[in-house]
Design a binder for this molecule. Structure first.
Ligand SMILES: C[S@@+](CC[C@H](N)C(=O)[O-])C[C@H]1O[C@@H](n2cnc3c(N)ncnc32)[C@H](O)[C@@H]1O
Length: 266
């Protein structure tokens, strides 16, 4: 998988944090803090620089042991630099595909953000099998759901979105990606394992204040659909120029779904 830079993760984080469903996050924090005698162990997969740690500690998660798992040592080092003095962090450089080797022992919660749309159904099943053996909770925020709606509209928006969503299912290093199906797949798989599952909308609401993120998104979509058979280069140039011209004044909604699940009896 191509790398995720600190600067790209920083660019998207304010939109991510504004989008996370507050009720699901509050319910999770209450669950984690219910027993003041224990330190919840949270394993955050594909942690990047610690976005989930920041989101949940701001909502009141305390006394947690944060096991941050990522294959990119630069991102883990940045997480340690930002939070190593104030939080208990155990950093693990590991490949998520090696499920049996992931440090899931004794965990209270398996979390992730902006990850599961990149992951295959097979990998989800293997991860959930390990989580369910331990009666741990599960929280996956910000799973892309296939919606990208622009204002003002351009005649090619629909065709570009169809090509983009097709590309979202490409194997990006974690198996054939679930893409927009990730949240419904997670929900069904968790329910099969007797979890109580809650889902909520966590769409990005991007306006002129998020011009840089809109511009980055437009460039990323253009790259992703460059080889789509029914879109000519000239048509895509026109679409990209129109979208860029409106990035500082228009709106964009990018659909995501948060998934929170508690084990049976919790
Ligand atoms: C879209 S980023 C999300 C980062 C972070 N959760 C956030 O919300 O800012 C995906 C993360 O998954 C990590 N990742 C991708 N493939 C991985 C793999 N095979 N093993 C471990 N981590 C991986 C990337 O390094 C990156 O940090």
């Amino acid at each position: 998988m191509s790398g995720f830079s600190v600067s790209w993760l920083d660019l998207r984080e304010p939109a991510d944090h504004a989008a996370r469903d507050p009720a699901l996050a509050a319910s999770l924090v209450s669950y984690l803090q219910a027993d003041t005698a224990i330190s919840p162990i949270i394993v955050d997969l594909g942690s990047g620089t610690g976005s989930t740690l920041r989101a949940l500690t701001r909502k009141g998660a305390q006394r947690c042991v944060w096991r941050l798992v990522d294959h990119d040592p630069a991102l883990l080092n940045e997480a340690l630099r930002r939070h190593g003095q104030t939080e208990i962090i155990e950093d693990y450089q590991a490949d998520l595909r090696e499920v049996a080797a992931l440090p899931l022992g004794g965990l209270t919660l398996l979390s992730a953000s902006a990850l599961f749309d990149l992951v295959s159904d097979e990998l989800v099943d293997a991860l959930l099998a390990r989580v369910s053996q331990q009666s741990a909770a599960f929280y996956a925020a910000l799973n892309y759901d296939g919606r990208t709606q622009w204002t003002p509209a351009h005649p090619l928006d629909e065709a570009v979105l169809a090509a983009f969503n097709h590309d979202q299912r490409r194997d990006k290093g974690l198996g054939p990606a679930l893409g927009p199906d990730s949240a419904p797949y997670l929900k069904a798989a968790l329910e099969k394992l007797d979890f109580t599952v809650h889902t909520a909308d966590s769409a990005w609401q991007l306006g002129p204040a998020q011009e840089a993120l809109q511009a980055d998104l437009i460039t990323g979509i253009r790259l992703a659909v460059a080889d789509a058979p029914d879109l000519t280069e000239a048509a895509l140039d026109d679409w990209q120029a129109f979208r860029m011209a409106h990035a500082g004044s228009g709106q964009c909604v990018v659909g995501h779904i948060d998934v929170l699940a508690f084990p049976a009896g919790a």
